[in-house]
Design a protein around this ligand. Sequence first.
Ligand code: ADP
Ligand code: MG
Length: 264
Amino acid sequence: MSAGHNRIITIANQKGGVGKTTTAINLATALAAIGERVLIIDLDPQGNASTGLGIGRRDRKLSSYDLLLGESSVVEAALETAVPNLYIVPSTMDLLGVEMEIAQQSDRVFKLRRALTEASAGAFSYILLDCPPSFNLLTMNAMAAAHSILVPLQCEFFALEGLSQLLETVEQVRRSVNPALDIQGIVLTMFDARNNLSQQVVNDVRTHLGDKVYHTLIPRNVRVSEAPSYGKPAILYDLKCAGSQAYLQLASEVIQRERRRLAA
Ligand code: ADP
Ligand code: MG
């Protein structure tokens, strides 16, 4: 990507277990493998992105908590991962207290944006924000700081219902804290070709949202679910598996969309 390119993408969905963290880790790894300099910011107190990238609890001296409270800069808090070009600001359970600590402050929604507008954040061509499974203050900080939102959507019966809620929230965010928030795209996850419902969900979502939906379908793949227990992205754990290949394809779609946007 062009010099000075810096794109902040929040990976959000108020539902848990839909593939946010898996997408953050593997999309980030794929982008890093293509030569982008990538940072993940783990905004979930559960810390699954940090664990999934092999960052032990004891190594999390500075975290997204310190970033939000203005007690650390991005470069100070960013840790190297086993993936060249991929860094992470880990999370700790301290994040559970953030909401209370900043609730009374008038700039409470803009804490992350402030941290990411410092010069050092420009060292990364992509910054992916891994959100918790709710519309809380952490997710609002991510939506306020991001250029765009990428939505993982699990191929299941209630997918469209959850999606309309999410799109309504994006509208609210645009009206209030971030008028420029763009939809990078919607990625369908845990697709099971043998399941008619999975195919039905794909058709419905495509009918409603058209070209906002990536062509890439992320298949349900046991290798993808095993990888985090080894502290590795699926792409390092098993590059050839269908899930890893799908995430590489997703990365190239994300980059294509960025190129089109820059050209427009
Ligand atoms: P979220 O961050 O939205 O809560 P996760 O990415 O943690 O969701 O995924 C939820 C669970 O589903 C995890 O156990 C993860 O390993 C598993 N999972 C995610 N994507 C896939 C996939 N494509 N195939 C199989 N399992 C997956
Ligand atoms: Mg998660």
